[in-house]
Write a protein that binds this ligand. Structure first.
Ligand code: XMP
Length: 315
């Protein structure tokens, strides 16, 4: 008997889902909030294969995405896969709403509520949508109050209640990734580290300002690039800029700047986590790059505390 490879299993799953999606959707239209995360990207790719232009993807840029993310969503889905993609630049809307808000839970609520409002507005502009696709995966069903609750489009008003399409709801994350690769999605999209719904918003602690957020986005890109070169990747690795300033010195003059905090953790389920002890060369490269490439930053710190006692995110 010949062995079946994981790839063949993924292809069988894809073919079966394409048929099931066509049977469910027929000639109707489907809407999907496409964040660019693994789950919604795989759902988008499956639906593009199954129903093509009957799918409309909405990508909301809330200003708290990582460097390069909105651009990659547009490149992969609109340019390469020819998807019907609506890109919504909602950066000002979100950042204006968040201005001066320092309470973490309040920030999360604002981001979640505004996201639904933006998505609702886009949905209302479209005619004849009957289905809403979602990247629900099996662990979301097992723990329905899980972390995903933050960014699922659960809160649409009654008159916008569509029938749900959830093609990966019986898969675990690693299975979703295998399917994503078999669908031809880029490796860095499929193997992306988990990223919280409120995005950089909970890593720019306290009241978010645009300049500190931009510094965080640049510093985070450096941290991801350098730690991404390691053979074994941590579960999550990112930068944080706390809402404090410290003294720096340049051309013999003292000035106030921000510290960047590096954080890298491994975990199985995010309930407990171990800090990854990073190689010294990686730490030195990150330090040198951040202070020379990121305006406004004059100090680099490494947070190597475990969870508990620290949480993974800073707020
Ligand atoms: P903590 O910081 O509680 O994080 O140790 C545990 C895991 O959950 C993620 N996280 C979030 N995910 N919305 C999300 O979708 C959120 O508001 C949120 N807060 C934390 C965090 O990145 C980690 O993987």
């Amino acid at each position: 008997m010949e062995r079946i490879t994981t790839r063949q299993l993924a292809e069988a799953f894809i073919n079966q889902q394409i048929e099931a999606l066509r049977a469910q959707i027929g000639d109707k239209k489907v809407l999907l909030a496409l964040s660019g995360g693994v789950d919604s990207s795989v759902v988008a790719a499956l639906l593009i294969k199954a129903v093509g232009q009957q799918l409309t993807c909405v990508h909301v840029n809330h200003g708290l995405l990582r460097k390069g993310e909105p651009e990659q969503v547009i490149e992969v889905f609109r340019n390469q896969m020819n998807a019907n993609l609506i890109y919504v630049d909602a950066v000002d809307r979100f950042l204006d709403k968040l201005a001066g808000v320092s309470d973490p839970e309040q920030k999360r609520r604002i981001i979640g509520a505004e996201f639904i409002r933006v998505f609702e507005e886009e949905a209302r502009k479209l005619d004849g949508i009957e289905f809403l696709a979602q990247g629900t995966i099996y662990p979301d069903i097992l723990e329905s109050a899980g972390v995903k609750a933050h960014h699922n489009v659960g809160g649409l008003p009654e008159d916008l209640k569509f029938e749900l399409v959830e093609p990966v709801k019986l898969l675990y994350k690693d299975e979703v990734r295998v399917v994503g690769e078999a669908l031809g999605l880029p490796h860095n999209m499929v193997y992306r580290q988990p990223f919280p719904g409120p995005g950089l918003g909970v890593r720019c602690t306290g009241a978010i300002t645009r300049d500190r957020l931009e510094a965080l986005r640049e510093a985070d890109a450096i941290v991801r690039e350098e730690i991404g070169k390691l053979e074994v990747l941590p579960w999550q690795y990112f930068a944080v800029i706390p809402d404090v300033q410290s003294t720096g010195i340049k051309d013999n003059k003292r000035y106030m700047g921000w510290p960047v905090v590096i954080r890298a953790i491994t975990t199985v389920d995010a309930v407990t986590a171990r800090s990854v002890i990073l190689p010294i060369d990686t730490l030195l490269t990150i330090r040198d790059r951040i202070v020379s490439e990121v305006p406004g930053v004059n100090r680099v710190l490494w947070d190597y505390t475990d969870k508990p006692v620290s949480t993974i995110e800073w707020e």
